[in-house]
Design a protein around this ligand. Sequence first.
Ligand SMILES: [Fe+2]
Length: 255
Amino acid sequence: MGKTIKTIFHLSDIHIGESGVSLGDFREVIEGIEKRSPHMTSPLILITGDLTGEGLREEYEAFADVVNGIETPLVMVPGNHDERNYGAAHFEELFGERFKTYEDESIALYAADSSEPDNDAGHVGRVKYNEIHDYLGGAKEKVRIFALHHHLIPVPNTGREHNVVEDSGAVLGLLDRVQCSLVLSGHRHVPWMWNLNDMIVYTTGTLLSRRVRGATTQVHTLIELSKTDVTFTLVEKSGSASLFSRAELRPDVLG
Ligand SMILES: [Fe+2]
């Protein structure tokens, strides 16, 4: 593994308000990350949606109370649960744009809202394709990352397929054309990695929901990027960590 140039704490599917999900557990995870952050290289927290259980104001406010004021840079997009009960309005008011970008000297990240009100299916939408193309296509010297809530490729060990992004073929084609390095998502509550035409497509598990599938448990993922590879480490609620996967990145990040 090469020298780490970026550390991403990838969290997803927190589901504040859902039965069995503890706000105290969420606070503990965030405080743990805040303690580790100063010792990591260029840390970022990425949350790929389903912050809340039902998109309700009180759930959003409880969530905001934990993350507001933290020191580590934070990028978040909504998930299908956050857009129930027209929760997108609360997301925008408390956290800003639903589509956003984040860029530093080593990465260019485009984070998309793949959810729609009262619809569990995923959707990116043609209206955004040019913007995604121009942003990621214009960042050839960096690790190019696309993040969204829903999965673009089905995830094994999750039962029968549903809610895959409706326009996933078109989005994958677009990401392939701009030579995206890494796709990060959640939604299925099971960690998995695919390598598709040298693009690494990673889904993390649920941080706190009881609805884990089969033998998996609640986790977030510590992602360490170098110029040549990426390492995914699963971190359980207890703090215990285990290597999940490692992959080479596209070899065109200039050094
Ligand atoms: Fe979801």
